[in-house]
Each structure stands twice: as structure tokens, then as C-alpha cells.
Design a protein around this ligand. Structure first.
Ligand code: B1M
Length: 212
């Protein structure tokens, strides 16, 4: 029975049915399914499939956004219970679009995938100056995600890494970069810890840099 409800939650996240995801999550809570199971085997399991489909070009941006909305509908139900159950997020991470850059669709997808992967995500927004990334690292983010869509703003990624060094916090945080003009060789050149070509890979990369 529990397995059926969790399967339904997972399937409704994948198909992006927010009302049904909410309803099934409420049903699971009413039937005393442990909140950790609802999260891991229902909601996160659904988003994981979405990530794989997105990577394989079976899903495109609209499907991912709709699935994320469904996941949020389920999260809203269990969020108060998560705090009570004492479930800890895997790690705290922060992400922003770098200084001078206002593009946020790709960055928002990474936010959703990271949340879907069980991370606590601080979204720093767009046009984020290096000092805000430094502040996030000082506030406990274990990974910083930097997004850039313009060839003119990707240089700011290097500034972020230099600022982390100047502030003496480079060793305590991993830096993952991404965005259309960004490449692995650029990541190597500026000393980033990883490059992710898309939002689904960003989940794999964050686990990789944290050794989890
Ligand atoms: Co702009 N824009 N834009 N734009 N825009 C591009 C990027 C451009 C390629 C269009 C073009 O000329 N063909 C071009 C950049 C050229 C260049 O530098 N090489 C460009 C330009 C020039 C500009 C302006 C300068 C235009 C002007 O005003 N003259 C201006 C700059 C404003 C600024 O930022 N200061 C500008 C403005 C805008 C809008 C505001 C109108 C709007 C943004 C709206 C918004 O984001 N809220 C916009 C849009 C929508 C685009 C295009 C059409 C689409 C971008 C997008 O959202 N793609 C884009 C052309 C294109 O790409 N076809 C273009 C979908 C999104 C899902 O993909 O963001 O690449 P993307 O994210 C991917 C991956 O890159 C990766 O994951 C995502 C998917 O899995 N990823 C990460 C992204 N961040 C990641 C971080 C990670 C890991 C992966 O880890 C941390």
C-alpha cells in the first residue's frame, strides 16, 4: 500500500500533475508513511527521473518546470513535518547568476534540480557580485554554483574565485560553473572545481565534488 502511494507521488511529479501530487502526499501523511520515505522514494525519486529524461532530451524546459511545480506542491505538504522529523538536507549550497548577467532560466532549473536532489539551496538571484558569493561561503554553503549566459559576464566567474581566495575561504567551498558559453576548459583555466553542461549534470557534479 505504502509502495503504491509512493509510486503515485513519483509518477505525478514526473507527469507534472501538481494537484494530484499534493493530494497523494497528503494521503501518504494521513496514512503515516514516514516523511523521509515520502521525500526520498516519492518526490525526489520523481525529480531524479525528470533529470535523466531532461538530460536525454526526452523532456525539455517546460516539462521540467511543470514537474518542479508538482514537486513543490508535495514539498509544501511535508515541509513542516521535515523540520519536526529532524531530517537534515544533504548539504547547504548556494547559487547565483554572476555580476552583470540577468539570465536566470537555466540557473532556476539548477535550483530546482538541486532542491529535488535533497540539498538546501540558497538562491542568490541574478547579477550577483563576487562578495555575495563570498558571504554565502562564509555562511556555510559547501558548494557555490555560478551561472553565466554572456561571454562578457563569464569573466566574473574568475573574479568570484579570486575573491574567495582573498577572503581566505577558497578551501572550504567547492565551485561549480555552468551556462551556455562556459566550458570544461574555462573551468580548468579559472580553477573551478567542476563544470556542469546542464541542470541534470549539476546534480551529479555537486555530489561528485562533495564525495557523496
Ligand atoms: Co539573452 N542572450 N540577452 N536574454 N538570451 C542569449 C544568451 C544570447 C545567446 C542570444 C543571442 O544573441 N543568440 C546572447 C548572448 C551572446 C553571448 O554573449 N555569446 C544574449 C544577449 C546578447 C543578451 C543581451 C545582451 C541582449 C541585449 O540587451 N542586447 C541581454 C543581456 C542582459 C543581461 O544579462 N545583462 C539579454 C537579455 C535577455 C532577456 C532578459 C530578454 C532574456 C532573459 C530572461 C531570463 O533569463 N529571465 C534572454 C534570453 C531568454 C536569452 C535566450 C534566448 C535564452 C536563454 C535561456 O534561458 N535558455 C538566449 C539565446 C539561447 O540560448 N537560445 C540568450 C534556456 C536555458 C534553460 O538555458 O540558460 O543555457 P541556459 O541553461 C542551461 C545550461 O546552460 C545549464 O543548465 C541549463 C539547462 O540544463 N546551466 C547551468 C546554466 N547555468 C548553469 C549553472 C550550473 C550548471 C549548469 O552550475 C552552477
Amino acid at each position: 500500500m505504502t509502495a503504491d502511494i509512493l509510486k503515485e507521488i513519483k509518477e505525478n511529479v514526473i507527469t507534472g500533475n501538481a494537484p494530484k501530487t499534493k493530494e497523494m502526499t497528503q494521503k501518504a501523511v494521513a496514512e503515516k508513511v514516514p516523511v523521509e520515505e515520502i521525500l526520498n522514494n516519492g518526490l525526489i525519486a520523481g525529480m531524479t527521473v525528470v533529470g535523466v529524461k531532461f538530460k536525454n532530451n526526452e523532456f525539455y524546459v517546460p516539462e521540467v518546470l511543470i514537474a518542479a511545480r508538482a514537486m513543490h506542491a508535495g514539498m509544501d505538504v511535508i515541509e513542516p513535518l521535515i523540520a519536526k522529523a529532524g531530517i537534515k538536507p544533504i548539504a547547504k549550497v548556494a547559487i547565483g547568476t554572476v555580476k552583470g548577467d540577468l539570465h536566470d532560466i537555466g540557473k532556476n532549473l539548477v535550483v530546482m534540480m538541486w532542491k529535488g536532489g535533497g540539498f538546501e539551496v540558497e538562491d542568490l538571484g541574478i547579477d550577483v557580485p563576487p562578495e555575495k558569493f563570498v558571504e554565502a561561503a562564509k555562511n556555510g554553503a559547501k558548494v557555490l554554483g555560478l551561472s553565466a549566459l554572456l561571454t562578457t559576464t563569464m569573466v566574473s566567474m574568475k573574479e568570484v574565485i579570486e575573491s574567495l581566495k582573498t577572503a581566505g575561504v577558497r578551501d572550504q567551498v567547492k565551485v561549480i560553473i555552468g551556462g551556455a558559453p562556459v566550458t570544461q576548459s574555462y573551468a580548468d583555466e579559472i580553477g573551478a572545481d567542476a563544470y556542469a553542461p546542464d541542470a541534470a549534470s549539476a546534480v551529479e557534479k555537486v555530489k561528485e565534488v562533495l564525495n557523496i
